[in-house]
Design a protein around this ligand. Structure first.
Ligand code: 4AD
Ligand code: MG
Length: 447
């Protein structure tokens, strides 16, 4: 009986002495005396499998098995005398599946992330990128589990829309190559599923949507993508405070799940990507987030014993230097900032009694800045219409959205969490382009 396995199964199931069949890609191959050692990776776990092969077995494929080749091996699992690995595979047969050659770009040496960004189709065979992808998967699964446990229903909001949900004009237009009037009105790639999620929440009570969103921002930074994934939760009968409490619990739930169940991969980041990374994540998971109002944040910033490039005055949007001061120097933990000036926030946010601020919330993390943006939504029809007029938004186009306020309007709130920013926080990766398989940003939509 021969078991077809992946590398992870061998250690997980303690398969010592068992005959197995396994396939993967050659990370490296070296010959010592009468045997060769193939480091075989299938990206099912961090550690590749060491395959020990008598050179005789390689006679048919001599020289053809190179770094980057795909091979299939049959053999027996043995306890390994080598350091750092429990098991190795003694090969009985080795079959070359797909050859490679010396041009294979992932030769066994450390490559810069800049270089690896030029080969997104191959970089995921490396330790760093395969580990990121396994963790990204595990984080998304944990998100789905959290939402399910909290009775949020997974709904799918459209990618093609006619609304600018954020009212910021950062839209990519969708045009039919031959028929410009295909949808009957200008249509765009969505910047946020929120407005549609609101409609779903105002029937189903609690919903979430998770999909790609698109922003035509001209920001070429390590925290912005033109195409990124966003998780958006939306709940009826929930106010601003309960809203960010849910967000805080979600963030902690996902981090704890990863630290508890994916230790080997998580330790990789602490060892090779960012010092003290696990400690920082534990700090996020174990301390209550700080909560302050925007106006108080501005006061604290203007009292800071240091200077900022952008002077903190009431009405400005918090810049990343301000966010970093609050999270890293002042509070040393995640900070929830609420009640921003209406002038810097979207039209749908609920007007506060002071008529100057709206019920907005941002969650800021040390070293990463804003990870969550959300608000309590304006549920009062007259106030919303007034606000839309102020923002120059055409009511006709949002008739359906106003209907939600005409027929059984309710208090409701929601937030959006940028998946890539969250994965940056979880992995410690400095550049957002390195936590998504195929990054899209200004000047780049490669592969
Ligand atoms: O703060 P934002 O713009 O909020 C919204 O879109 C709301 N409609 C969400 C809601 O209330 N349902 O975006 C939410 C999050 C940000 O906090 C950030 O994490 C991420 O999305 N984000 C980006 N991530 C990568 N690249 C970009 N260009 C991003 N813009 C926003
Ligand atoms: Mg925001």
């Amino acid at each position: 009986m021969m078991f077809t396995v992946r590398v992870i199964d061998i250690t997980k199931n303690h398969m010592q002495d068992m005959p197995v069949h396994i396939s993967g890609w050659v990370r490296s191959i070296r010959t010592m005396g009468s045997v060769s050692f193939i480091s075989l990776g299938d990206q099912s776990c961090l550690q590749p499998l060491q395959v020990v092969v008598d050179n005789e077995l390689l006679s048919e494929t001599t020289g053809a098995i190179k770094t980057g080749s795909s091979v299939s091996v049959e053999g027996t699992v043995m306890a390994s005398p080598a350091k750092g690995q429990l098991y190795e595979l003694r090969a009985d047969t080795v079959q070359l599946l797909g050859a490679s050659d010396d041009n294979y770009p992932l030769q066994k040496k450390r490559h810069s992330f800049e270089f690896l960004r030029t080969i997104p189709h191959l970089r995921v065979r490396s330790n760093t990128f395969s580990t990121i992808m396994r963790i990204r998967h595990a984080a998304l699964m944990a998100i789905h589990r959290f939402c399910d446990e909290e009775q949020f229903i997974y709904v799918q909001t459209p990618i093609i829309t006619q609304a600018d949900a954020e009212g910021a004009g950062e839209l990519f237009q969708v045009v039919h190559k031959k028929n410009e009037d295909f949808f009957g009105a200008p249509s765009y790639l969505t910047v946020s599923g929120q407005l549609a999620a609101e409609a779903m929440a105002c029937s189903l009570g609690r919903v979430y949507t998770l999909g790609p969103t698109f922003r035509a921002e001209n920001s070429n930074t390590s925290r912005h993508l033109s195409e990124f994934w966003m998780l958006e939760l939306e709940a009826a009968f929930v106010n601003l405070f309960d809203n960010h409490t849910i967000a805080e619990r979600l963030i902690k739930y996902v981090i704890c799940t990863l630290l508890d169940n994916h230790q080997e991969d998580m330790e990789f980041f602490s060892r090779y990507i960012k010092k003290n990374h696990i400690d920082e994540l534990q700090n996020i998971a174990n301390t209550p987030f700080e909560r302050i109002e925007y106006s108080d944040a501005i006061t604290l910033l203007s009292k800071a014993k240091r200077s900022f490039e952008f002077k903190p005055t009431w009405g400005i949007d918090l810049q990343s230097e301000h966010e970093r001061y609050l999270t890293e120097e002042l509070f040393k933990k995640p900070v929830v900032v609420t009640n921003y000036p209406k002038g810097i926030k979207a039209f749908y946010m609920r007007m506060n009694d002071d008529e100057k601020t709206v019920a907005a919330v941002d969650i800021l993390l040390p070293a990463f800045g804003e990870i969550v943006g959300g608000s309590q939504r304006e549920e009062r029809l007259d106030v919303l219409i007034k606000r839309m007029k102020e923002c120059g938004i055409d009511q006709q186009e949002y008739g359906w959205y106003l209907d939600l306020r005409r027929y059984g309007s309710v208090e409701h709130s929601g937030f959006g969490l940028g998946i890539e920013r969250f994965i940056q926080c979880i992995t410690g990766m400095a550049n957002i382009r390195d936590v998504i398989p195929f990054p899209r940003s200004v000047g780049q939509a490669f592969a």
